[in-house]
Design a protein. Structure first.
Length: 262
């Protein structure tokens, strides 16, 4: 099993409807996007981490999916510390570089905000099967079946693209055309992968049309997607986390409604 693979059957989130997970993620994300402050983001992030044991998601599996976003958040925070708007006491100044109380607090808020939005979204969607998500989007949200099934088919081919890239690397190395010129090798291999993807996509589109995926008739579904009371409970938990983060920020006096900024 790959390090990125995860058996989600034991997680309670795996049994929740994907639409409910999408709603829960949106509730938390939209709330955190309304303000740039460390308190609301920190409270939301801590609450999410405290709920992880209940979700039964291995910390290693979560970290493997989160570290690129965490690295980006740290880089953004470092840039904000150095180039953010100065406010309060200035600790270091050289040319355009200026570290102050304001830039440090803003950088902390940005890092926590990115993580507070990313972590619950990753937790919710790493326990979602793509087919279940497509069923829910088409049956509950009434999105066009043609679009949903096409997106599902494309998502299912991501693993094949990874395998194609690996096989191209091995075949080019066996022919001796991948020994020098790393940039040239990458460009040539990317173009070859692009051609393979177009050919496979064309064949898949033809096969789907032949099976009636593009017909203008009412579609039936093999697996009905329905909402249950537990799905509402998941959304209410997300709303509780969002309300707690806003309440803590307002009580601390750090709530900074971005739509009210000039």
């Amino acid at each position: 099993m790959s390090l990125l693979e995860l058996d989600v059957s034991a997680s309670p989130l795996a049994r929740r409807n994907p639409v409910a997970k999408l709603a829960a993620a949106l509730v938390i994300s939209v709330t955190l996007l309304l303000s740039i402050d460390a308190v609301s983001a920190g409270v939301s992030l801590v609450a999410t981490l405290l709920l992880l044991p209940i979700c039964r998601i291995p910390a290693r599996a979560l970290w493997l999916r989160t570290w690129p976003i965490a690295l980006g958040a740290v880089i953004a925070g470092a840039a904000t510390v150095l180039y953010g708007r100065p406010d309060g006491q200035i600790y270091f100044e050289f040319g355009l570089l200026r570290i102050s109380d304001g830039s440090i607090s803003l950088a902390l808020a940005i890092v926590l905000r990115v993580l507070a939005i990313a972590v619950p979204s990753i937790v919710l969607f790493m326990t979602t099967d793509p087919t279940d998500l497509a069923d829910a989007l088409a049956q509950i949200l009434r999105l066009p079946a043609r679009f949903v099934l096409g997106a599902l088919a494309g998502l299912r081919l991501v693993g094949l693209l990874i395998e194609d890239w690996r096989e191209l690397s091995l075949s080019r190395r066996a022919r001796g055309v991948a020994d020098t010129g790393r940039l040239r090798r990458f460009v040539g291999q990317s173009f070859a992968l692009f051609v393979l993807a177009i050919r496979r996509g064309t064949k898949l589109a033809t096969a789907m049309e032949a099976r009636g995926f593009g017909a203008d008739v009412e579609r039936t579904w093999a697996r009905p997607s329905r909402l249950h009371p537990a799905d509402l409970g998941l959304v209410l938990i997300a709303a509780g986390v969002a309300a707690a983060s806003v309440g803590a920020a307002v009580a601390a006096g750090t709530w900074n409604f971005i739509l009210g900024l000039s």
